[in-house]
Design a protein around this ligand. Structure first.
Ligand code: FAD
Length: 401
C-alpha cells in the first residue's frame, strides 16, 4: 500500500490549501502526547529520554485505569498469536520481546517479566482444534521461528514442563521463548519513568480535538479515544477475570484450545492469575456478562479444579482499539500530527517496536524532515515496518474502503 492511498481517513482540522496550522515557538514543548495508556507512555518516555521536552495528556490517572492496557493480560506471545495474526504482527512481536527487558531495566520501578514460553493444551473432546491451531501458526509465522520454538509435549514431558497440570492433558505444545509481564506494574513504572525524565504529565486531562494542547509536534495515542479523527477505528470488547489462587503454581501462561471460547490463564506474581479473554465486536464498556464470567471461570476450572477455590478479585472489561485490517498504524496527517493506533489485541506484544518507529517518525517531523509526500516516502522506504506507515497527503486522501 502506498502512502498516497492512506487507508485511514484523518479528520483533523485542515486549513485552506491543505496546510495544517504551524505551531512554532521555542517556548512550546517539542511534543504533546495525547493519551497516556500503553503506547502514549512508552512513546513519551522514549522521547523524554532522548532529551526532548514532552507533555503528556491523559484523561485518567497515573495508574492507567482508563486504558485498555489496564485490563490486558500482557502476554508477549508472537508465535501463539500467529494463529490469529499475520506476519507483520509476529515480526513486531519478536522484535519487541528482545526490547522489553532493556526498557524495563531502565525504568525506576520493578516490573514482573517472564520468558518461560506459552503452554498450549486442549481437552480430548476438542482435539480437532489442535491441528487447526498448528496449521494456522505455521502458515502465518516465519518457518524458522515455528520450527525452533514449537515443541510437542506428550504425557510425562508435559507433566515435567508444567507439574501443576500433571496427568490432566495427554498432549500439548510448548511455544518456547514467549513471555509476559505485569501490565499494571508496567504502567506505574512508565509513569514513574516519565517523572524521572522530566516529562510534563497532565493526568485527569481529557483532550478535545477542537482545542488541542500546543506543541511543535503532536502524537495522538488515544486508542479508542481517537475515534473522532479516525472514524475507521472500532472497539473490540474483551472481558477478563483476575483471581487469587494460591497453591496451583502455573509456571507460564497456558492457552486452552476450544471451538467457542479459547481461553488463557496468565500467572502473575503472588498467585494472581489473569483469565481471559472474550472477543466481542462493539464498544460496550458495561460490566462483564454472566455468560462470559461463566465461560471464563468454568474453562479455568476445567484446566485445574483448584481454580474452584480461587477468589475473584475482579471481573472487568475494556475495548481493544482496532483498525479495519487489524494492524497497527502510524498515520501522518500531512502536518504536525502523527497518530499511533490500532494495537488491537497485541499492544504489549508489539509496543516497543511500534513506539521505536513512532519516535523515529516524530523526530523527523520535529526536525522538519517531513516537508512533503516524497520525504515521507523515503522515510517509509528506510523503515523495516513500512507497511505500518501511512500518510494523509495534502491532496488525494480517501475514505477507507
Ligand atoms: C481484555 C484484553 C486483554 C488484552 N490482552 C493482551 C495481551 O495479553 N497481550 C497484548 O499484547 N495485548 C493485550 N491487549 C491489548 C492491549 O491492551 C492494547 O493493544 C493496548 O492497550 C493499546 O494501547 P494504546 O495505548 O493504543 O491504547 P490504551 O492502552 O487504551 O490507551 C489509550 C489511552 O488514551 C486515553 N485517552 C483516550 N481519549 C483521551 C482523550 N480525549 N484525552 C486524554 N486521554 C485520552 C485513555 O484514557 C487511555 O489511557 C488486551 C486488551 C484487552 C482489552
Amino acid at each position: 500500500m502506498t502512502a498516497s492511498s492512506a487507508p485511514y481517513s484523518d479528520h483533523s482540522p485542515v486549513l485552506a490549501g491543505g496546510q495544517t496550522p504551524v505551531r512554532a515557538s521555542s517556548a512550546l514543548p517539542d511534543f504533546a502526547v495525547l493519551g497516556g495508556g500503553l503506547c502514549g507512555r512508552l512513546v513519551a518516555w522514549r522521547l523524554a529520554g532522548a532529551g526532548h521536552r514532552v507533555a503528556l495528556y491523559e484523561r485518567g490517572g497515573p495508574e492507567g485505569g482508563e486504558s485498555a492496557a489496564w485490563i490486558a493480560a500482557a502476554m508477549l506471545a508472537p508465535l501463539a498469536e500467529a494463529a490469529v495474526a499475520e506476519l507483520l504482527i509476529t515480526e513486531l512481536g519478536v522484535a519487541s520481546l528482545e526490547t522489553w527487558p532493556r526498557i524495563l531495566a531502565e525504568l525506576p520501578e520493578p516490573v514482573f517479566f517472564q520468558r518461560n514460553g506459552t503452554l498450549v493444551v486442549w481437552h480430548h473432546a476438542d482435539r480437532t482444534e489442535a491441528p487447526l491451531f498448528e496449521r494456522r501458526v505455521r502458515a502465518n509465522a516465519p518457518r524458522e521461528l515455528a520450527d525452533a520454538n514449537f515443541t510437542t509435549l506428550q504425557g510425562a514431558q508435559l507433566d515435567a514442563a508444567e507439574p501443576a497440570l500433571a496427568g490432566r492433558f495427554a498432549r500439548g505444545w510448548l511455544l518456547g521463548g514467549e513471555g509476559q509481564l505485569d501490565n499494571r506494574q508496567a504502567l506505574a513504572a512508565l509513569a514513574a519513568g516519565l517523572e524521572q525524565r522530566g516529562a510534563e504529565t497532565h493526568w485527569h486531562t481529557s483532550v478535545d480535538d477542537a482545542s488541542l494542547p500546543r506543541a511543535r509536534v503532536t502524537i495522538d495515542c488515544r486508542g479508542l479515544g481517537a475515534k473522532p479523527v479516525l472514524p475507521a477505528l472500532r472497539g473490540i470488547r474483551g472481558e477478563v477475570a483476575r483471581v487469587h489462587a494460591p497453591g496451583i503454581g502455573l509456571k507460564r501462561p497456558v492457552r486452552l484450545l476450544h471451538p467457542r471460547y479459547p481461553l488463557y490463564i496468565a500467572p502473575k506474581q503472588d498467585d494472581l492469575y489473569v483469565i481471559g479473554a472474550t472477543e466481542i465486536e462493539g464498544e460496550d464498556r458495561s460490566p462483564v456478562s454472566v455468560r462470559s464470567a461463566l465461560e471464563l471461570l468454568s474453562a479455568a476450572f476445567a484446566v485445574h479444579p483448584a481454580f474452584g477455590e480461587a477468589r475473584i478479585l475482579e471481573l472487568n472489561s475494556q475495548c481493544r482499539p482496532t483498525l479495519p485490517d487489524h494492524r497497527p498504524a502510524l498515520i501522518w496527517d500531512g502536518g504536525e500530527t502523527l497518530r499511533v493506533n490500532g494495537l488491537y489485541r497485541h499492544g504489549f506484544m508489539i509496543a516497543p517496536a511500534v513506539a521505536d518507529e513512532a519516535v523515529r517518525v516524530a523526530q523527523a517531523l520535529l526536525a522538519g524532515q517531513l516537508a512533503d509526500a516524497d520525504a515521507f516516502e523515503s522515510l517509509r522506504h528506510e523503515s523495516r515496518w513500512a507497511s505500518m506507515l501511512h500518510a494523509r497527503h495534502m491532496q488525494g486522501a480517501r475514505e477507507p474502503a
